[in-house]
Design a protein around this ligand. Structure first.
Ligand SMILES: [Fe+2]
Length: 310
């Protein structure tokens, strides 16, 4: 069985009204809103990407991946101990099975949910550099001020109680491959952070679809959505700032994965990230292991990401 993509994330949220306002300002588009549920999508054609269910407390519920074949659901039921396949009660339909990961997060595998045509995006930027001129006799295409048009959900960062237990579980269940892994200074066996990509053989995939950070709190560290380009991120950054939401970290660029990132706090406390320009790897590229004391997290700044982990 090979994972195809991250499908969606689910959170329990106490105040759905405040959350709805934020996620709309962040760039997600409403699919369904009832007293008990908020379902949001990106503009890239996915049926939905973010679900908030009304809850007594704010907490992460789980994540879902798309699989290639309906038979993968049967295989997950027979071989991995997942529930029996059943209809997915969410927009776009499809079938799903569920598992529970070592930290108690619900992990769904989904097949057959219906995509739609992507919304229109802006024309690609044409850059004039000292070395190459591409734009002549006209301005850069204009863009509206306001929420970004998000293309897709790309990755999830999880706090895990044991890095070894969680990373081994996801490797064994879904064949995830470590791209970059960090260990405690001077102790190569004591691994505590890792960025894992999907195994899709010769096909290139994002540097990571899931990141694990060992932290006793458990739950979700952040969810991340791909924007068209860095200009969309910068515009989103300014727009969210104008609404006086809490900026957590960014705009910056991660050295590992190379993506430009920008992280904001939602009303429920969750961290929402935009990203663009991520590295792509395939199975053959293997795993790099680093001493965490040698790792920088933002190539553009030496600011300590103190609020990133609060
Ligand atoms: Fe991220």
């Amino acid at each position: 069985m090979r994972l195809q993509a991250l499908h969606h994330v689910t959170f329990a949220v106490r105040d759905l009204d405040r959350q709805e306002t934020f996620v709309k300002d962040f760039g997600l588009v409403i699919v369904e809103r009832t007293d008990s549920r908020l379902v949001m999508k990106t503009c890239g054609g996915d049926p939905f990407a973010y679900v908030a269910v009304k809850g007594e407390e704010n907490r992460f519920v789980g994540l879902a991946f798309t699989v290639e074949n309906a038979a993968d659901l049967d295989e997950a039921h027979a071989r991995l101990g997942a529930t029996a396949p059943s209809d997915l009660d969410l927009p776009g339909g499809g079938r799903s099975v569920s598992l529970t990961d070592p930290d108690g997060n619900l992990v769904l595998l989904v097949h057959g949910s219906q995509r739609s045509e992507p919304e229109p995006f802006y024309p690609e930027l044409e850059h004039n550099t000292p070395f190459e001129k591409r734009r002549f006799g006209r301005n850069q295409h204009g863009r509206e001020r306001g929420p970004a048009r998000l293309w897709r959900i790309g990755h999830v960062g999880l706090f895990v109680k044991s890095f070894r237990t969680s990373s081994e579980w996801y490797e064994k269940m879904f064949g995830l491959i470590g791209s970059d892994i960090y260990h405690i200074p001077g102790q190569p066996q004591a691994r505590i952070v890792g960025f894992f990509r999907m195994d899709r053989g010769d096909e290139y995939v994002d540097h990571h679809v899931v990141a694990f950070m060992q932290d006793p709190r458990g739950g979700c560290h952040h969810i991340s959505f791909e924007t068209q380009d860095f200009e969309a991120q910068q515009r989103t950054h300014c727009f969210l700032g104008s609404k006086e939401y809490e900026a957590i970290w960014g705009v910056g660029r991660h050295p590992h994965g190379s993506h430009i990132f920008d992280v904001w706090r939602a009303p429920d406390g969750a961290r929402f990230e935009t990203f663009s320009d991520t590295d792509l790897f395939r199975k053959e590229h293997g795993t790099n292991v680093h001493d965490i004391s040698q790792v920088t997290m933002d190539a553009w700044s030496t600011d300590k990401p103190d609020r990133y982990f609060v």
